[in-house]
Structures are given as structure tokens and as C-alpha cells.
Design a protein. Sequence first.
Length: 395
Amino acid sequence: MKTKLPLFLFCAILVSACKKKVEKEEVKYSTIELATMQYDSAYNNVVSHIDSKKFIPRTTKNDTLRLVGAYDWTSGFYPGTLWNLYALTKNQKWKDRASLYTEKLDTIQYWEGNHDVGFMIECSYGNGLKYMNSFQYDSVIVQTARSLSKRFKPNAGVIQSWEWSKKWDCPVIIDNMMNLELLFHATRITGDSTFYNIATTHANTTIKNHFREDNSSYHVVDYNKETGEIIQKNTHQGLSDDSAWSRGQAWGLYGYTLCFRETKDQAYLDQANKIAAFIKNHPNLPEDKVPYWDYNAPAGEETPRDASAAAIAASALYELSQFVEGEMKTEYINFANQIVESLSAPKYLAEIGSNGGFILKHSVGSKPHGVEVDVPLNYADYYFLEALIRKDKLN
């Protein structure tokens, strides 16, 4: 005869088994919930540095949070990310924190020594103006645009990027397309077409000189600032002078998309479509759509990916999808969705309490210089959250 377990013992075993199953199950959070928990968990540590020279979280180094000052080119991304968290949650604490960090950058508006003031101020003050009316914020945008305009070289038709090396006379990097948004914004505020004309002149010169036949972009084009003659075309952060640095391709895609948004010039839409096709159809693009740090880098498990390039591209693709129709529109949305889905998976999305409080893992700053390789970066988080905002608006 079969032995029967007493009912109380059977129940005890069943309860124990269920308890163990529950303990093994992980609590599931949405990507947005995880993002807020990451930035919330790190905030007290970050804000303790608010009155220091270095107070903006940029990345991690040896698993330690690395802070930078107001004049670092990435300083606008942290307050911008806080604004993006406010947009996604409507929780007042994110608006308060975003305002605090935004207004710590107010002296940047007078800085004429860097083309990246567009990143720094548009991502902070410019984002703030989406959620509040502020004459003070308007005035910062306009003054920063005046400062950026001082870098315009009319004979060459470009805004100069760098002065720190004698290697170049008047270098222009593809990243500079992103700083044009500030000039367009200043035109909307003031009605002064001077800013607009500088932006479109730079964009037109860049279309003419920065792109190859396959629609990939050089990183750096060096001009004679007096004649506009091209001296050399090379790279600073890519694999080689002839390679397609991944983040640079994303900057170009995003830059020409925003130029079309602001001008409705078909040439800019055409250029954005060409860059999107280059990225989407590149034979070296991994299956998960998160590129290697350079499209010409050897494909392999050990080759670093660049989540920041993927996030920038996804955000740009969502916006670009609104300017086209039919199959192309669907194609861009689906491509962006694939990128976001990959970035939202455990391979790239940090576990709560890890990664220095950043959201995304596996980004690359400058591989040739051995700087910020396979680390979190504040601009990866910024554009990832912006992509989520744009994705949500499509639904």
C-alpha cells in the first residue's frame, strides 16, 4: 500500500516550496522605474558635491563616480537627464533637482572658448524651457548663442570646434552639428536671423565637405579659416581617418534631423535619410543594433560596443520618423524600437544600485586614447531617456 503524507505535512512542504519560488523570482521594474531608482539612489551622494568645483557626474573610473566641473563639455547632460526624468514621471522632485543643476551652469553663457556650449546650455536651460516659462532661461539661451556665434568663421562658412592643437588650423567636428540647435532656439526667442543664418551656413558647408560617397562622415575636417580651403580630413576619436566613428554617425543623423525640423529645408531631410540608411544597412552593425565603437572596427565579442551612439541614433530616428511617410516611417520606428529594446535588456541596462547610478552600461568615449572605454556616460543616459520620451509620444 502507498504511504499517505499527513495533510499538515503536505501543506507545510507546499508552502515551503512556494516561498522558495517567490524568493527566487526577481521583482520586475519598468525601464523608467529603474531609471528613476538609479538616479534617486545616487542623488544624495552627487548633491553633496554641489558647491564643489567638480559637481557633475560624467562617468565612472575603476567603479568610482567621476565628477566634472561646469566647463566640461558634458556638464549639461546631467541636468538634462533630470529634466527628462521629470518629463517621464511628472514628479516635482525631478523638476526641482533639474532647476538646481541647470542654474549652476549660468556662467557658461559668456564662454566663447568652446563650441560645445550648445550641448551644455541647450540640454539644461533649453530643456527647462519645455516645462516652465522663464525670461531668465530665455536670456541665457540668447547670450550663449551670441558667445557661440563668435566662433563662426565667415570665410570658411563654419563654426570652429577646437583651438587646443596646432595640428589643425580651423578644425570642425561632426559633433558640432548638435550645437546648431542652440542657434535656432535663439532665433525663435529673438527673431534675429543672424543666429539662423550662421546655423544653416555651417550645416550646408558640412554637407558639402564632411560626407563620403557612402554617406558616412569624417570626424574632423580642417579648414583654412581665411580661404575656406580644406587642409585635411581625419579623425580624433575614430579607428582611422577613413573609418566611420559610430558616435559621429549618430551626431550627424541627429544634427540634420533637427536642422530639418527648424528649417524645413529638404536638403537636410535628404541628408538625414542618407545617414540613417548608412547606419541601418551597415554590414558590421550587430544583430542587437548597438554598434561597435567604430563601424570599421573588427567585429567580435571583445570589440567594445557604444551604447551612447545607439541611444543618440534611436532618439534621432524617432524624430526623423515624424518627417517621412509610409514604409520609411515604419522602418525608422521599428529600427528605433529595436535599439531601445536592446538597451532596455540586462546586457546594457544597469542593475539597481550599480553602475555609479547611471542607467546604461557599455559606452565608449575615446577608444584611441584609452579614455572612457566600456563605461557608463552621462550623455548615453540623456539620449536614452529622450528616446523613451519621443517613443511615448508616438503612441
